[in-house]
Design a binder for this molecule. Sequence first.
Ligand code: GLN
Length: 312
Amino acid sequence: MIPDKAAIRQAVQAAHADHANDTGGANASYIPYLASVDPALFGVCVVTADGEVFEAGDARFEFALESISKVFSMALAMQDVGLPEFHDKVGADPTGEPFNSVIALALHGDKPLSPLVNAGAMSTVSLIPAASPEERWAKILNMQSAFAGRRISLSDDVNNSEQSTNFHNRAIAWLLYSGGTMYSDPMEACEVYTRQCSTLVTTADLATMGATVAARGRNPVSGEQVFDPSLVPPILAEMTMEGLYTASGDWAYKVGLPGKSGVGGGILAIMPGTLAIAAFSPPLDPAGNSVKAQKAVAQVASALNLNIYNAT
Ligand code: GLN
């Protein structure tokens, strides 16, 4: 059930006001562009499963989607190759490792552990059926845009910054290839993966993207059916297992909502059937999750009594 709208408005405003002056954490520095974003920016937004938008602060500032892009490419791959084959090729396990770990390639078994860390995310990109890297990229960008309900675009600044520094991810792509879990040219997959991380979204876009999952695959703002409702449970299960990297277990324990973070400072959390909460603030904790966005999302969830393990 969707909470009272006045209560949502109040929760969003309070989460922003209560954490606006918090300090702690540091912008991601391994991608030069991200190091240069104003660390004081802070946005909070809720979009309900019936399409209402509640926002506070810098919710219309565009920032780099980064790892949150993995959710939308995962949905695309699940839809295009089918769930059984997707699960056969990419796992649904927590890695217990940082997002760029080489351990996540295939710790046990012969497939990358999760589509929501770099290794499995690059395998996922390589699985999306396409005749060329440009077609694969167009499909990914169209999917991100459908989730957001507006045309999402690539930032050349972010993309150039990442493509010229992504040596670690290129190494992972070759390891996947040598292990037989890369399904297109590895450098093409890494290049397209890097582009998917380099698109710009606002906090309001992010909440709409999450609300599309909350509303069973139908974007509640645009009205478009973006993906098949049967994909909602596996998408949320993957987010629960690995959405916040090494903090995923603590997040499930304390907040109880499937979530996904990105090193651009965005965090998204989803209460199925109800709403999505998004927040953005660039400074990150050592796990790579935004310090303030985690606090703001957790506060909204708690104020509205939203927790999938306590559903009434
Ligand atoms: N593009 C980034 C990378 O691959 C995304 C990482 C993230 O947001 N955790 O390193």
